[in-house]
Each structure stands twice: as C-alpha cells, then as structure tokens.
Ligand binder design. Sequence first.
Ligand code: IPD
Ligand code: CA
Ligand code: CA
Length: 288
Amino acid sequence: MNSPQQFSKVEATPTTDRLSTYLDVATAAALAAGEVLQACWGKLESIVEKGRPGDLVTEADKQAEAVILEIIRQHFPEHSILAEESGQFGDLDAEYLWAIDPLDGTTNYAHQYPFSAASIGLLINGVPTVGAIFDPFHKELFRGAVGLGATCNDRPIHVSTVDKLAQSLLVTGFAYDRRETPDNNYQEFCYLTHITQGVRRAGAASIDLAYVACGRLDGYWERGLSPWDLAAGVAIVEAAGGTVTAYDRSPFDLRSGRILATNGQLHAELSQELLHVAQIEPWSWLNR
Ligand code: IPD
Ligand code: CA
Ligand code: CA
C-alpha cells in the first residue's frame, strides 16, 4: 500500500451524464458479481484464511472479482483499480480509482448466513463519488452518486430523521486484528449498546452503510477497514443526505480505516460518545 497522501482530496466536477455512466458500469459489475455469489452459494470447495485468523477467502470472492474486473476494464481501460483479492492496478492517486470488494461479508457467506454483498466504488480525485452495492440474498441494489442522489431498487432513499442517540439503532463491526489490539471496538460496542436502542453487528460493512443510507439504521462506526469496504457505501450515504467523517468529525480519510457515518442529526452526539468512551475506565458507565 502506498502513503495516505496518495488519496488526494481535490474536488472533481464530472458532468451528470458522466456520473450516470460510471454508476451504470458500477451497477452492471455489482449485478454480475451477485450472479456469481448466488451460483457458488452452498457449494464452496475452498475456504482458506488469507493472513489473520478469521480473514477468509473463497473461490466465490475470486470468481466474483474476475467478472467485476472484466466489466470495468472493458469500459474504462485507462482507470486505476484497487481490488481486495487481486490488489492494485495503476496509481492509487489516479484521477479515477475503482475500489472493489467482490464479496463483502465473506465470513457470513462461508457459513451460509445470507448477508453479503458485492461493493463497487469509484473515487474521483480521491473522493468516493459513485457506488453500487448489490445484496443478492435480499435482491437489493443500492446505488448512488454524490450530486445524483441514491436509490434502492430504483426507488429514492434518504437517511433517517432520528435525532437522539437514545432513540437510535446503530451498527458496527470488528476488524480481523481484534485479537491483537486493545483498540478493538469492544468497549465502544458495549457502551453504545447501553445508551441506544441497540447496536447490530451484521458482518458486511457495505450493507451497514447502505442501511444507514436508506434509514433502516441511524449510524455506523468502525475501525480497521480497507478502502474497498467503504468507498461505495460512503458515496451512497452522502448521496442519501448522510454525513461521513472521522470519529472526531474531522474530514473522512479512506486510508485511516476509521469511519463515522450517520444521518447527520446524530453525528455530533455519536462522535462525542465515541471520543468519551475511549478515555474512560472499562465498565465505569454501567450505572449510567
Ligand atoms: C469485512 C466485513 C465486516 C467488517 C470487516 C470487513 P470482508 O469484510 O465488511 O463487516 O467488520 O472489518 O473486513 O472481509 O467480509 O470482505
Ligand atoms: Ca469487505
Ligand atoms: Ca471481501
């Protein structure tokens, strides 16, 4: 991986027609990957750990990625690509960089827990701008582009209007390095569970973000993520009227692996609680 500065934050102004074209290609790729994921469902011959314990890869991840790469290269041979299973093609600081997760939620998929998606995002000058996320198990296609709005199965979607954490339903996740670091999100998970209506851990970051975009969930935070986990979902949340930053509300940095995404109304309160819980004694909040 290259240095963080390579995702520069220059605003791009592609035309609406161009954005629609990118969105259509991202959609075609996500749907094609979804067909592969359905075809391989329940028939996996190879499930192996890539590196850290629990970080799995299957033939479904690889086959889905191959069809995505073929579609993107066919339409945009000059664009750079960062794909989870095959790595980097071209410069990460290129004007156009596709960030591809062919199977987000591999652990779910390997256990035949039907909650996974193909996630295709396009960064334009480092900014997540276009996204398509297809969940083949619920037959839901989330799409969006900053400035064009967001949809689920072609119906416009928008973030929720919940404005108090005490009335919110949140989602988070735990990175594969959770056994190796005290910064493992366990304390944050318990604390936020205590002060909200609930915190889900569904196992697919892209769908977590898509659900924030359509208002099923009010906020999402997580650490230890990769650009391909986040690029599409960030574009869709922002296109649906949500807010995406770092935990402390500073500008979102895709390379940090850390994200706070909400409906906007809850952003300040959730940010404050995440910063607070990181600085206090474990379980000191239990009688709150
Ligand atoms: C994982 C999922 C999970 C998140 C992990 C990711 P993968 O992606 O998005 O929800 O908690 O941090 O790595 O490995 O299934 O593509
Ligand atoms: Ca992923
Ligand atoms: Ca994956």
